[in-house]
Write a protein that binds this ligand. Structure first.
Ligand SMILES: *Cc1c(COP(=O)(O)O)cnc(C)c1O
Length: 377
């Protein structure tokens, strides 16, 4: 008997086949006009992102990490400032804070949605003065594609006079209470890393905001702090631009993006309908849609299950194996007064299953069958 083909977590090949010659033509046009930096495709993409997210401004940049860095730089975040970040996230969320000399303060997350817990956030903000830190910004992560619980955290943030930066690296295309990702924070950072829901063929990112002054400020920072002229340098900036070739890739992928989002939702519905009883489907809050960057379940014997799936040729991944509070680079920073016990527990239980728009019902059934066998049901 031959083994079935391995089932990958994401399938960029299937997407590439679907895009076909459109994509090749788009890349060819850039090779022909030769404006590899800030070519016309970059402005075209920014306009398309503004329309898609219903945001006043989209500022593209070199990565999702830069998309987090640009607003923090524009807001003048620095030493003595506290920036509240969930303990259960990708390192980039905290690293931009530390890079600016500010202090990440780690906050616990909800056990059901994996996203910021409003009570832990509120306690962390209240505790900051005691630690000699000035509360400035909250970075809310929309983990695995689901917007954070903005209804619960926004009042805490407004009451304390803080800014809200949404880390939407995984959630572009999702919505909450009728508002698309891009309008849920004062600024929203998106990543176009290849495996994100909207990915390019390299690194890329964008900041979405309704604050046009902030957008101008970030445009200056991403081009070495330039003012009106190229060598009119008005502030310290960085090289933070998106390549024209990547903008061309993203324009081609945006055309099929809404269809891909709908397919991801279909796959999520299929999983929810056939997961074995002891494995609950991920919780999506009422009034919220997810971009389903990952389909993440919680399992008591996570590592054993992952090994068993691997033997069946089914890929899975652990996002994330430890809270950032345990990382050698971050463990000396402070955290919410009651710690981050939920983040610690999730790190031992989470497992992300294959999730992409090109999974068939049969593929989902194969994953579920393998999972059921692994947990003995
Ligand atoms: C991917 C990711 C980032 C960083 O994006 P890059 O484009 O890889 O720099 C930041 N935050 C979260 C939550 C992510 O998943």
């Amino acid at each position: 008997m031959t083994n079935p083909a391995p089932l990958p977590l994401v399938d960029l090949e299937a997407q590439r086949r679907r895009l076909g010659p459109d994509l090749d033509h788009a890349l060819h046009r850039v090779l022909e006009h030769g404006q590899f930096i800030m070519g016309p495709e970059v402005a075209e993409l920014e306009a398309a992102l503004e329309r898609r997210a219903d945001a006043a401004a989209a500022v593209t940049c070199g990565s999702g990490t830069q998309a987090l860095l640009l607003p923090l730089m524009a807001w003048g975040v620095g030493p003595g400032d506290a920036v509240y970040v969930p303990a259960f996230t990708f390192p980039a969320t905290a690293e931009v804070v530390a890079l600016l000399g500010a202090s990440p303060v780690f906050v616990d997350v909800r056990a059901d949605t994996f996203n910021l817990d409003a009570r832990s956030l509120s306690a962390a903000v209240a505790d900051s003065a005691r630690r000699g830190l000035r509360p400035r910004v909250v970075i809310a992560v929309d983990l695995f594609g689901q917007p954070a619980d903005y209804e619960a955290i926004t009042p805490v943030i407004r009451d304390a006079g803080l800014r809200l930066l949404a880390d939407a690296a995984q959630s572009f295309g999702a919505a909450s209470q009728g508002a698309p990702v891009g309008r849920l924070g004062d600024a929203t950072a998106v990543s176009f890393f290849p495996s994100k829901p909207l990915g390019c063929y390299g690194d890329g990112g964008a900041v979405l905001t309704d604050d046009v002054d902030l957008a101008e400020h970030m445009r200056s920072i991403r081009s070495h702090g330039r003012g009106a002229g190229k060598y009119d340098i008005v502030r310290v900036g960085i090289n933070g631009r998106l390549d024209t070739l990547q903008a061309a890739v993203l324009l081609a992928k945006l055309r099929i993006f809404d269809d891909e989002l709908a397919r991801r939702q279909t796959v999520a519905d299929r999983y929810a309908a056939c997961l074995p009883e002891p494995v609950p489907a991920p919780v999506v809050l009422p009034g919220t849609s997810s971009a389903w960057a990952q389909y993440t379940v919680q399992l008591a014997k996570r590592d054993q299950v992952a090994d068993s799936l691997r033997r069946d040729g089914v890929a899975s991944a652990v996002y994330y194996p430890a809270p950032l509070t345990e990382a050698p680079a971050y463990r000396h920073f402070s955290m919410a007064p009651t710690g981050v016990p939920v983040a610690g527990r999730l790190a031992t239980r989470v497992l992300s299953l294959p999730m992409h728009p090109y999974l068939s019902d049969g593929d989902v059934e194969r994953v579920v069958k393998s999972l059921s066998a692994a947990i003995g049901v």
